[in-house]
Design a protein around this ligand. Structure first.
Ligand code: NAD
Length: 291
């Protein structure tokens, strides 16, 4: 039987609230003659990337951020990509940019990210900005980890002092997330364990979590037997199955024990897009030197 008492961590609703707040900040910037602008580089025909970019374009439009999407076929050359990044680096009207990942196979993502001006890095994924995060002085936070933290904060779920288990150690999600959770302050100060494919006894470690955050990309990885009653569960996974899009967590069995849990879709996904907007507006504000 379902436990009716769990709190659904509704990322869609929180993202809508964030967009409302951002629309006001964008209006203030526009009053100063500044229209925040985001460059989006989309290379290749990977279908999920097309969908993500469309969602990002729509969300930007909803808050008044201008978007320039540079679309390239799978056959794109490295030169075409680097030219675009360099052009946006130079263009004073562009405040932020993202390179939609993954890039077509031949193109080395790290080499491209190295070229992005860290002051225009709306995804917080350049080595400079990841380095600042690790050093405890971040400028922009990667959107998915930032969205996960913001979701917990907005639902007043304490993080400080909690035992947090993160499944996944990617540069995109797990690793920056663990670093945010380790920062000093209310959004951090957690005791963090990071698990990955070589982790032994994953179920035992998951059962120790007061907050369990899953970003592995494996449908059904976390089941009800792997969690302790009262746990807070955040599922970043996006897996395309015959049943549609599902996360990494078996929602029904885990929700029976959880105090709070994200839905998939409608949890981390919309928060990721919202935090991209937050980053873009913040970069535009810091350039316009308004608070
Ligand atoms: P990735 O493939 O780069 O990394 C997956 C990580 O999970 C790896 O570190 C791996 O060690 C770990 N892992 C995989 N299987 C495991 C297992 N059986 N046990 C323990 N650890 C395991 O993926 P990523 O880019 O970090 O994305 C993870 C998931 O989050 C994917 O489903 C992706 O689609 C999703 N994602 C969602 C958003 C969003 O906006 N909601 C954004 C980014 C990624």
């Amino acid at each position: 039987m379902m436990n009716p008492s769990y709190l659904l961590l509704d990322g869609k609703a929180v993202a809508a609230a964030i967009r409302k707040e951002l629309a006001q900040r964008v209006a203030r910037l526009k009053a100063l003659g500044v229209t925040p602008k985001l460059g989006v580089l989309l290379a290749g025909s990977f279908v999920p990337s097309q969908i993500y970019v469309r969602n990002k374009e729509r969300a930007c439009a909803a808050v008044g951020i201008e978007v320039e999407t540079a679309r390239f076929p799978d056959s794109v050359s490295i030169g075409e990509i680097t030219d675009t990044v360099r052009r946006w680096n130079e263009d004073a009207n562009v405040h932020g940019m993202i390179v939609q990942l993954p890039l077509p196979g031949r193109i080395e993502r790290d080499a491209i990210l190295e070229l992005v001006d860290p002051r225009k890095d709306a995804d917080g994924l350049t080595p400079a900005n990841l380095g600042r995060l690790v050093s405890g002085h971040p400028r922009v936070l990667p959107a998915t980890p930032a969205g996960i933290i913001e979701l917990l904060v907005r639902f007043q779920i304490p993080i400080a002092g909690q035992r947090v288990v993160v499944i996944g150690r990617s540069e995109l999600v797990g690793k920056p997330l663990a670093n945010i959770l380790l920062m000093r302050g209310a959004k951090g100060d957690a005791t963090v364990t990071v698990c990955h494919t070589k982790t032994k006894d994953l179920p035992d470690i998951c059962r120790q979590a007061q907050i369990l955050i899953v970003a592995a990309g494996r449908a059904g990885l976390v089941t009800g037997e792997m969690v302790t009653p009262g746990v807070v569960v955040v599922d970043a996974g996006i897996n395309r199955t015959e049943q549609g899009i599902v996360g990494d967590v078996d929602f029904d069995s885990v929700a029976q024990k959880a105090r709070a849990i994200t839905p998939v879709p409608g949890g981390v996904g919309p928060m990721t897009v919202a935090m991209l907007l937050v980053n873009t507006v913040m970069l535009a504000e810091s350039r316009a030197a308004v608070q």
